[in-house]
Design a protein around this ligand. Structure first.
Ligand SMILES: Cc1ncc(COP(=O)(O)O)c(C=O)c1O
Length: 392
C-alpha cells in the first residue's frame, strides 16, 4: 500500500475534498416538503389514514404484490412476520450471520431460536449449501437478506424451503427497487420486509412495510399493527358502526398519515433515484476496475441491484488504514456492521472458525458513498481519492 506517500492527507498532504463527502444522505426536495405540508393541512395526522392507504396501494402496484402494509420500521415488520405464524417456542430459524440485528429480532421476539449460517465471502449473501446443512427437525423458517440491496438467490432458497415446507421471510430492508429474475424484490418470499429509514433508497424518515401475497397474513397484520383492534375495517368499511373491537393482542405500529404522504412522493421518484445510483456505480466500476487488491461485490446472477450500498473489498490487513486514509482525504467510508456472532448479544452462537467466509467478507468490506445527490464532481473526487490511497 501507499502508506508512506507524502502527499496523502493522512500523512499531512492536501485532502482531495475540502468539504467531507458524507457516506449517505436522504434525497428530499420541494415536492416531499409540499407533500408533508399538505398532509398536515388535512388535519388527518394520525395512523392508517387516506395517504397511508394510497401509499400502500401504490407500493403494492410498484412491487407487483397483493398487499403492502405500512408500519413504523422493518424491525416491526420482521416481528409481525413471525407473530402471524405462531410457531412452537424454540423452533429454529435459519439466517445469514452477516446481517443487521433486526433480521434476528423478529424471530427472537417470538421465542424462536436463531441459527446463524455462513455467507458468501464475495457478497455477504447466505451460503445455500451451508444453509441446507444447518437444517434440523426443528427448523421452520428461513430469513433471506438482500445485503446492500443485492438480491439473495431466492430461487435456490425457495427450492429448499418448498422441499421442507419452510416459511420464507425475505428481509428486503435494503433492496427496494432491486430486481430478481425480472421481478421486483418483495414477491419472492412468503413475506417481505422493507425499511424506509432515513438511509434507505426510499425514505419516510423511519418506517417500513410488510409485503405479502397471502390474504390471511395481511388481514392479521392489519389487526396486530393497530393494537389488536379491528380499527382498519372500521375506518375503511362503508357500513357505519360507531365503535371498533379489540379482537387480538397487538402492538402500535401504524404510521402517521404525514409519513404516508412522504412515502407517496418518494415512491414517485424512486426509479429515477435508483437510476442515478446506477450511473454512479457504473462510473465507480469503470474507473476503479483493475486496481490491485480492490474487488467489487458479486451481484447475484439474474438480478439487478438498486445500489443501496457500494461496497469495495480491500486487503484485510490494510482495511482500517484505507478507511482512515480516505476519511483524511475528505471521503467518508465505513464498515457498516459486524457479523452477528461478533456481537455481545450473539457471541454464544459461534466463533470466527465457524463462519470463515463471513469473517473474510467482513474483514475486507468497506463502503464508499453512493446516493443520488452526489454530484459528478463528488464522484470524481471519490474515485481520485481511492486511486490516490491505492497508489493506482
Ligand atoms: C438487513 C436489515 N434488516 C432490517 C433492518 C431494520 O430496518 P428498520 O431501521 O426500518 O427497522 C435494517 C436496517 O438497516 C437492515 O439493514
Amino acid at each position: 500500500m501507499n502508506k508512506h506517500n507524502k502527499e496523502l492527507a493522512i500523512n499531512g498532504g492536501i485532502p482531495v475534498s475540502k468539504e467531507p463527502i458524507l457516506i449517505h444522505l436522504p434525497f428530499l426536495e420541494q415536492d416531499d416538503f409540499d407533500a408533508v405540508t399538505e398532509a398536515i393541512k388535512t388535519t388527518f395526522v394520525s395512523g392508517d389514514g387516506p395517504a397511508c392507504r394510497r401509499f400502500e396501494k401504490e407500493l403494492a402496484n410498484y412491487l407487483g404484490v397483493k398487499h403492502a402494509l405500512f408500519v413504523n420500521s422493518a424491525t416491526s415488520a420482521l416481528e409481525l412476520a413471525f407473530r402471524v405464524k405462531n410457531f412452537p417456542k424454540g423452533s429454529e430459524v435459519l439466517m445469514p450471520n452477516f446481517t443487521y440485528t433486526s433480521s434476528a429480532l423478529g424471530a427472537l421476539y417470538n421465542d424462536l431460536k436463531i441459527v446463524l449460517v455462513d455467507v458468501y465471502a464475495d457478497n455477504g449473501s447466505i451460503n445455500i449449501e451451508k444453509m441446507e446443512a444447518a437444517i434440523t427437525d426443528k427448523t421452520v423458517a428461513i430469513v433471506a437478506v438482500d445485503y446492500g440491496g443485492i438480491p439473495a438467490d431466492m430461487d435456490a432458497i425457495n427450492a429448499i424451503a418448498q422441499k421442507h415446507n419452510f416459511y420464507v421471510v425475505h428481509d428486503t430492508a435494503q433492496s427496494v427497487g432491486s430486481n430478481y429474475k425480472g421481478q421486483k424484490t418483495g414477491c419472492q418470499g412468503d413475506v417481505s420486509t422493507f425499511s424506509f429509514h432515513g438511509t434507505k433508497n426510499l425514505t419516510t424518515g423511519e418506517g417500513g412495510a410488510l409485503v405479502t401475497n397471502n390474504d390471511q397474513i395481511a388481514e392479521r397484520v392489519k389487526i396486530l399493527r393497530e393494537k389488536g383492534t379491528d380499527k382498519h375495517s372500521f375506518l375503511t368499511d362503508n357500513k357505519t358502526r360507531g365503535y371498533y373491537e379489540y379482537v387480538d393482542i397487538g402492538m402500535s405500529y401504524v404510521q402517521s398519515d404525514i409519513l404516508g404522504a412522504l412515502g407517496i412522493s418518494q415512491l414517485k421518484k424512486l426509479d429515477n433515484l435508483n437510476e442515478r445510483r446506477r450511473q454512479i456505480a457504473e462510473t465507480y466500476k469503470r474507473e476503479l476496475a483493475g486496481i490491485e487488491g480492490l474487488d467489487f461485490m458479486r451481484i447475484t446472477e439474474g438480478s439487478e441491484h438498486n445500489w443501496h450500498l457500494f461496497g469495495i473489498l480491500v486487503p484485510a490487513e490494510d482495511k482500517y488504514w484505507i478507511m482512515d486514509a480516505l476519511r483524511a482525504e475528505g471521503i467518508m467510508s465505513n464498515v457498516h456492521y459486524t457479523p452477528l456472532h461478533r456481537n455481545k448479544y450473539y457471541n454464544h452462537l459461534g466463533s470466527d472458525e465457524k463462519f470463515p467466509d463471513s469473517m473474510s467478507f467482513f474483514n475486507r468490506l468497506l463502503r464508499i458513498p453512493i446516493y443520488p445527490s452526489l454530484t459528478d464532481k463528488d464522484v470524481q473526487n471519490i474515485i481520485f481519492a481511492v486511486k490516490k490511497v491505492f497508489n493506482a
